[in-house]
Design a protein. Structure first.
Length: 383
């Protein structure tokens, strides 16, 4: 799928205003300014990266969705008030169709699942599923997916409920998940120039803080090995937060560790709390039903992870055209359940809640949120 397609808007909403959207506590401009001021109270920001984030958010509706979870968290309780009272779990928060990637577990197996827990927070399970379905709708409307929206929603809910019922199912790309080859993941080509691009980044001129250095040396295979440190741009929702990468040559090849400054979930800002304090990142990856990445850890206010060609987020537009989109969305629903099962006491309550909501709740909630996001994007582009 070309980038050009992502610049298309969703289909026009029906005439008439959604009064719940109109009653949001502030417009997108005020919300963005307030949120970024709050972010600065949590951690230093890189001004040039933040400007790039704003440019990308204006390019396409999907990119705007990815960059504005703070706004989603603000309007969600009003736009989807009928879903905001559902059982709470430790949720992903910022879940969308590009929230998934691969990593190697402790046995060296290639795993697939949610790879970004920056916005993890105690939220209703419906938040994650509606946000995932909303992102799917935006991509479908931009002609990036061929599946019908109704069928996609049904696949997400089916994968989610089936996985809750069996108590979870880690997604490991080995013999038990051969069918997942239809996702197109097995044909996902790691970038051949990965190390070349990383090594082209210039070494920073000043030394990193003692805190960052200690985090690097705690996670590298040899604490006193030589390495250079570079700055790196990546992501969208977290673009603007400091990222440092330690690159070294160890036993015949390159290795790298990234340190990213963590900021608490946007939900903390919505609730009017200060930005100081531990995020839920470590708790989320530790409680989810998965074969986790042993190199992904938090050290103080820094998230440390191993960078390599096979440990990467997967952009849905880069998957092969022959992918089975229904199976892909079913797997995304499964993985959402794997995360939510970290809050074990809520499983029975969630299944009971899903069953009483009927067939169309996810589709209807995603349509409402897609309209709210598009309305904000239109206004943001004109500001």
């Amino acid at each position: 799928m070309s980038k050009k397609r992502y610049t298309l808007k969703t289909r026009k909403s029906a005439s008439g205003r959604n009064t719940t959207i109109e009653q949001a506590t502030a417009g997108i401009e005020q919300a963005t300014a307030s949120y970024e001021k709050w972010m600065r109270s949590c951690a230093p920001l890189v001004a040039s990266d933040l400007r790039l984030k704003h440019e990308q958010m204006r390019e396409a509706l999907f990119l705007f969705l990815r960059g504005t979870f703070y706004r989603w968290a603000q309007v969600w309780p009003e736009v989807c008030s009928d879903l905001a009272g559902a059982p709470k779990v430790l949720a992903v928060g910022d879940l969308h169709v590009n929230s998934f990637g691969t990593w190697r577990d402790a046995e060296g197996r290639l795993c697939w699942g949610v790879d970004d827990f920056d916005e993890a927070y105690p939220l209703t399970y419906t938040n994650d599923l509606v946000r995932l379905a909303t992102s799917m709708k935006i991509v479908i409307d931009a002609e990036g997916l061929a599946i019908k929206f109704k069928d996609g929603c049904e696949a997400i809910v089916e994968g989610y409920t089936q996985t809750l019922e069996v108590g979870g199912c880690p997604i490991v790309m080995e013999e038990n998940e051969q069918k997942l080859g239809k996702l197109g993941v097995e044909n996902f080509k790691p970038p051949k120039d990965f190390w070349e691009k990383l090594n082209r980044l210039p070494a920073i001129r000043t030394s990193v803080s003692h805190e960052v250095k200690r985090a690097f040396e705690k996670t590298l295979p040899e604490p006193r090995m030589e390495y250079k440190v570079v700055r790196r741009r990546a992501g969208l929702g977290s673009l603007g937060q400091e990222r440092f990468v330690a690159i070294g040559n160890w036993k015949g090849g390159f290795i790298a560790r990234e340190a990213k400054a963590m900021v608490p979930s946007s939900c903390t800002w919505v609730e009017g709390k200060t930005g100081r304090g531990q995020s839920y990142y470590q708790q989320a990856i530790g409680s989810a039903v998965r074969s986790r990445d042993p190199f992904q850890v938090t050290e103080g206010p820094w998230l440390i992870r191993r960078l390599s060609p096979d440990s990467n987020p997967i952009d849905i537009q880069n998957l092969p055209k022959h992918r089975d989109e229904e199976m892909l969305l079913h797997a995304m629903g499964r993985e959402a359940a794997n995360v939510h099962l970290g809050t074990k006491r809520q499983t029975a309550n969630i299944l009971k809640d899903v069953r009483k909501r009927g067939a169309n709740w996810l589709r209807e909630g995603a349509v409402r949120m897609a309209r709210a996001v598009e309305k904000d994007w239109d206004r943001y582009g004109k500001s």
